[in-house]
Design a protein around this ligand. Structure first.
Ligand code: GLA
Length: 555
């Protein structure tokens, strides 16, 4: 894996706490001093800062979408890779889904500037220069991004832009670059992050090209407090993402769920043209040395990035992606949550603690709908429940919940719930009212206090069906699917006349709940291990299902 020696930011930290002089002339002129807690100057008013913000052009009204070479290819970049990727973005439907930027990350240049001080594209990787690649990308209706660092070197050890901002920004503009990811490696010459990023912003502004500034200082200096003031449209909030769920130790790289926990509390700082960037996507990324994410985790990653209004920068090899990866990356209903014009970053509104923690997230949308995510961080399938009231609706009697992954549309009187698999999530767009294509919402759950069972011994499971719809259900039939050789009773359970759910108040009463005890018995002679049992209910032409794992102890 890549060497991370460039990540020691201790110099920057020391400098940043002592740089009252580091804030740029331009900021002071604009009076944009409301940089928040720990900021350097605090004389002028918030309204002056707001005025300053209004003057900025908005290059990233919605979170930027695109692709970047780093997560899969690291230093292995070339003109051929970028051109093939641009073609694949068009052909795969990613462009139609909104992906726009094709971004070259580190290692695109030679180890030295030329004798005049110009950056030189590596002649083997980019034989016709960056401008030829930019033309190719532009011809396909896409935009080109590039990478540099606000220090003496990039993280890969190539020449950095500190002290060369004007020359480099002009080169990027001349080449036709549209987006700059500006990293934090190398020596900082004692300059603060605010100073260094301001310098590049001013250099970009001095060109006649509109170039998005993507700040990448890993959240070390609270860029959410000053990033927009120094011209950033987005800023990384964390160290690097890797294709895994979680990292136990405290390292410079993180798993998806670690990043979620760091980025979520920053919601108030995000909005149009000033986005928190929890790093690029690992959906479909398969690289040596990392376990990768399961399909369930890939969906959770993408769904939570959408809930967090995160930039959606794919990091996989889009030239060779599976249909499953393509479907995740191009799910337009999920992308619409991310790109919603209200530009609000969603928040966790409810959670249970512990390894098996479950969470409810909510993102308010521009048209009054609410995006709701039910997240299961644990290792076993769990029911997760919330209500229209909890996610912020007023009292009404009917809602429509669209499951943005399954494509199903359900009618609910107010409860929103599902059985959610380990590391999985459910993502709904919830609106007021009723719809002819909506089928009744319901939740099926299995309760077992004791998940360990001995071969030949019976165990009772309680299966509960809850009608969440604003209408009664005539017939509900429930079946249990046990592994081969297991006994289970009854064969089918049938409930009649399950009452409508109460409106938004939400408490499920005895009438809209139906419960049955199920006996299951593993055969004698079965080996120890985990066995999955599935329960499904059918009603009004619609199935719902859940699973439970029982541990057989044959000892
Ligand atoms: C840093 C950044 C990464 C990537 C590498 C390139 O680690 O955080 O996203 O750009 O540098 O060297």
């Amino acid at each position: 894996m890549e060497d991370n020696s460039g990540h020691d930011d201790s110099t920057a930290r020391v400098n940043d706490s002592s740089i009252a002089g580091g804030i740029s002339r331009r900021l002071l002129m604009k009076g944009a001093a409301a940089l928040g807690a720990g900021s350097l100057v605090s004389t002028s008013s918030v309204s002056a800062a707001e005025e300053g913000q209004q003057e900025e052009s908005t290059l990233a009204e919605a979170p930027p979408m695109g692709w970047n070479s780093w997560n899969t290819f690291a230093c292995d970049v070339s003109a051929a890779l970028i051109k093939e990727t641009a073609d694949a973005i068009v052909e795969s439907g990613m462009k139609a889904a909104g992906y726009e930027y094709v971004n070259i990350d580190d290692c695109w240049m030679t180890e030295e500037r030329d004798e005049d001080g110009n950056l030189q594209p590596d002649p083997e990787k980019f034989p016709n220069g960056i401008d030829a690649v930019a033309d190719y990308v532009h011809d396909r209706g896409l935009k080109l991004g590039i990478y540099e660092s606000a220090g003496t070197t990039t993280c890969g050890g190539y020449p950095g832009s500190l002290g060369h901002e004007e020359r480099d920004a002009q080169a990027f503009a001349d080449w036709g670059v549209d987006y700059l990811k500006y990293d934090n490696c190398g020596d900082h010459y004692g300059l603060s992050a605010v100073e260094r990023y301001t310098r590049m912003h001013e250099a970009l502004e001095a060109t006649d090209r509109e170039i998005v500034l993507s700040i990448c200082e890993w959240g070390n200096n609270d860029p959410w407090l000053w990033g927009h003031e120094v011209g950033g449209s987005l800023w990384r909030t964390t160290g690097d993402i890797k294709p895994l769920w979680t990292v136990d130790e405290d390292t410079w790289y993180h798993g998806v769920i670690d990043i979620v926990d760091m980025n979520e509390p920053l919601a108030a700082h995000a909005g149009p043209d000033h986005w928190n960037d929890p790093d690029m996507l690992e959906v479909g990324v398969d690289i040596d040395g990392y376990p990768g994410l399961t399909a369930t985790e890939d969906r959770t990653h993408f769904g939570l990035w959408a809930m967090m209004a995160a930039p959606l920068i794919a990091g996989n090899d889009v030239r060779n992606m599976s249909e499953q990866t393509r479907e995740i990356l191009t799910n337009e209903a999920v992308i619409a949550i991310d790109q919603d014009p209200a530009g609000k970053q969603g928040r966790r509104i409810k959670n249970t603690d512990g390894a098996d923690g479950t969470e409810v997230w909510m993102k308010p949308l521009a048209n009054g709908d609410r995006a709701v995510a039910l997240l299961n961080r644990g290792e076993r399938t769990r029911p997760i429940l919330t209500s229209a009231r909890e996610v912020g609706f007023d009292v009404e009697s009917a809602y429509i919940a669209r499951d943005l992954w399954a494509g199903t549309v359900t009618a609910t009187a107010g409860m929103i719930g599902a059985s959610v698999p380990a590391h999985g999530h459910k993502l709904y767009r919830v609106e007021r009212g009723q719809s002819d294509d909506a089928v009744p919402a319901a939740l099926l759950s299995i309760n077992t206090d004791e998940p360990t069972v001995v071969p030949g011994e019976a165990r009772d499971l309680t299966v509960t069906f809850t009608n969440h719809a604003p209408s009664a259900l005539e017939t509900v039939s429930v079946t249990l699917d046990a592994p081969d050789g297991w006994e289970s009773e009854p064969a089918t359970a049938t409930f009649h006349d399950v009452a409508a759910a109460p409106s938004i108040e939400g408490a499920s009463g005895p009438e809209n709940d139906a419960e049955v005890d199920w006996m299951v018995r593993p055969p004698q002679g079965i080996g120890s291990g985990e066995y999955e049992l599935a329960v499904s209910a059918e009603f009004a032409g619609r199935p719902v299902s859940t699973t439970v794992d029982l541990t057989v102890d044959a000892a």
